[in-house]
Design a protein around this ligand. Structure first.
Ligand code: NAD
Length: 462
């Protein structure tokens, strides 16, 4: 682990499982609660100096960190492949996106806001760091989700303790090691371990919790922060709908829709999780998607022709398997994709569900795995009512040739993001956050950076 700019061995170790085999492949440090206290105390002590640095100095160090990650990208991608199971190309994509976040946040500067400049006074609104930030990312995109926290937190002048998800700690531990000499001691700490979530989120040493994970856990995180009114950003679950209008070119959009639903074996908060297809094109698009699912090899990510890897961890594997079994028991029609050969790993074939009822669990619940319900529609008002019936409101997508019509529909969707004829693009420039129970606050964009700061209004007499 990295604490106070130095290596810290865990009090114990925890097993790391290769999800492609289901076997223990190595181990990672398990921090004790005393070590967590130590990391927070170091971050607190480093904050008093770090907050006095200029934003330009901090941006320059974040940029320096980007170059170090870039120089080590191949090694990092191999570690990520081992612990995550995703094919190498997808691991490289994630790391490149994460490096881009480092560069983009290093170029973001909040300006002092002047709200009055009269004969009587000048009022300036300044932005100050919050203090010590606790960053808890989910396991599905551990590096980019962490970069969306590390970069703005440090640029804003906070210090940080990052606790990766226990099933994807290795790459982030290595990143902590690589960046040890970039930031002053105690500014960027990386600890790891199982069972530390609620200890961290209720710890009085933190000024802000930046959390990515499920809605259910998000509610616990929020409750844990109530006593001290800890600041928090919660990026939570989603059950994202995509709508396909009848004017699309099926051959062109089918691979794009498949990618938006099944990339990373569908373990993406903003993946398409319900696909609403206009009745006029339902059958041909369903069949095209089924062909792609059958042709997309699922297997060990280290094999070069693998398109879809395993489910990342056993808990998620069990949860997705249970949902699939329930769909089978309900008698739903399942269109199964490529059948993986290795049954020992956490593999679930890409599965399309042919026009299930609106109230079936595959439609109402977030699978966070490769099960995609295809739902036929022919009335737009009914469609929007169904799309918006979810407690979630993270993102959505519309596929259409008529972009004006798509924009009109996008405005009617109760979600924080809507893509038209693309999917999954989350640049640092643009706020990203959930409506309804998909989250509180936003990451990315200037609003995301300001989420790691507090405002101070200074009234200056003339
Ligand atoms: P999870 O909530 O079970 O766990 C996420 C993280 O929280 C892990 O690091 C876990 O160790 C930790 N944790 C567990 N219990 C905790 C507690 N009581 N207090 C504090 N931390 C605790 O989520 P998951 O199943 O691992 O991740 C999948 C979910 O994350 C999905 O719902 C997905 O949509 C969501 N997600 C959201 C986004 C987003 O940006 N909105 C991005 C990725 C994933």
């Amino acid at each position: 682990m990295t604490v106070n700019g130095a290596a810290l061995a865990g009090a114990e170790t925890m097993d790391v499982i290769n999800p492609a085999t289901g076997e223990v492949c190595t181990n990672a440090p398990q921090a004790s609660k005393t070590q967590v206290d130590e990391a927070i105390a170091c971050a607190r002590s480093a904050f008093s100096q770090w907050k006095t640095t200029t934003i330009e100095e901090r941006q320059s160090l974040v940029k320096q960190a980007a170059r170090i990650l870039e120089a080590n990208i191949e090694e990092l991608a191999q570690i990520l492949l081992l612990e995550h199971g995703r094919p190498l190309q997808g691991c490289m994509m994630e790391l490149q996106a994460a490096i881009q976040y480092f560069d983009d946040f290093a170029a973001m500067t909040p300006e002092v806001l002047v709200t009055e400049d009269s004969d009587v006074r000048r009022v300036e609104v300044h932005y100050e760091p919050l203090g010590v930030v606790c960053a808890i990312p989910a396991w599905n995109f551990p590096i980019t989700l962490s970069a969306m926290k590390i970069c703005p937190a440090l640029v804003a002048g906070n210090t940080l303790v990052l606790r990766p998800s226990p099933t994807t700690s290795l790459t982030l531990l290595r990143i902590g090691e690589l960046l040890r000499d970039v930031f002053p001691a105690g500014v960027f700490n990386v600890i790891s371990g199982n069972g530390l979530g609620s200890f961290l989120t209720s710890h009085s040493g933190f000024d802000k919790i930046s959390y990515t994970g499920s809605t259910e856990t998000g509610k616990q995180v929020m409750a844990a922060g109530a006593d001290s009114l800890r600041r928090m950003t919660l990026e939570l679950g989603g059950n994202d709908a995509a709508i396909v209008l009848p004017d699309v070119d099926i051959e062109k959009v089918a691979p794009q829709i498949f990618f938006g639903a099944f990339f990373n074996s569908a373990q993406i908060c903003v993946a398409t999780k319900r696909l609403y297809i206009h009745a006029d094109i339902y059958e041909p698009l369903r069949d095209a998607l089924h062909q792609i699912a059958k042709a997309s090899k699922m297997g060990d990510g280290s094999e070069p022709d693998t398109v879809l890897g395993p489910i990342q961890n056993q808990r998620q594997y069990r949860s997705v398997s249970a949902l699939l079994e329930h769909a089978q028991k309900e008698g739903l029609t399942l269109l199964t994709g490529y059948q993986p050969e290795n049954q020992e790993g956490y593999f679930i074939p890409a599965t399309l569900v042919d026009n299930p009822p609106h109230d079936s669990r595959v439609v109402t619940e977030e699978a966070f795995g490769p099960i995609l319900p295809l739902i036929k529609f022919d009335n737009e008002d009914d469609l929007i009512q169904q799309v918006n019936s979810s407690k979630y409101g993270l993102a959505g997508a519309i596929w259409a040739q008529d972009t004006q019509k798509a924009v009109t529909l996008a405005k009617r969707m109760d979600t924080g993001t809507v893509w038209i004829n693309e999917n999954l693009y989350l640049p640092a420039s643009t706020p990203f956050g959930g409506h309804k129970q998909s989250g509180i606050g936003v990451e990315n964009g200037m609003a995301g950076l300001l989420g790691f700061m507090q405002q101070k209004a200074i009234y200056i007499p003339k």
